[in-house]
Design a protein. Sequence first.
Length: 142
Amino acid sequence: KRLLLLNGPNLNLLGNRENDIYGDFSLEDIEKSVELIAKENGFELECFQSNHEGELIDRLQDATGKFNGIIFNPAAYTHTSIAIRDTIKAIKTPVIEVHISNVHNREEFRHHSMLAPVCYGQIVGLGVMGYKLAAMAFIEKN
Ligand code: DQA
């Protein structure tokens, strides 16, 4: 059993980026804590971060049939990407959209997700815990 953890643009900067909004933890901290939950429950975790829309699309396409679920923080592409939406719709693997911050108490342009309607679920505003809860949801489901 396998889970894929995908993170989009600028999330490689976590820990050094708007810490008041995103917290002090790094992307590596997130990956480690999700990996722990996965391993404890007999799942393997693969992690990938990219600042490039096309690379995220390639990873999503490649994931079909190979993973039980995808935990995905698409970052700013959430609000703009019809291309990523089409990919999520096309692949068979369920995706949970995760946001570290509560996008609903931020700027208006962050309130809308292009992707949520084609995702299995969405978690916002819970920091690192959001990624862990997404992993738990897939573990429970499989
Ligand atoms: C984010 C929210 C997005 O609006 C923003 O562009 C990000 C991070 C979050 O995790 O809270 O880069 O996805």
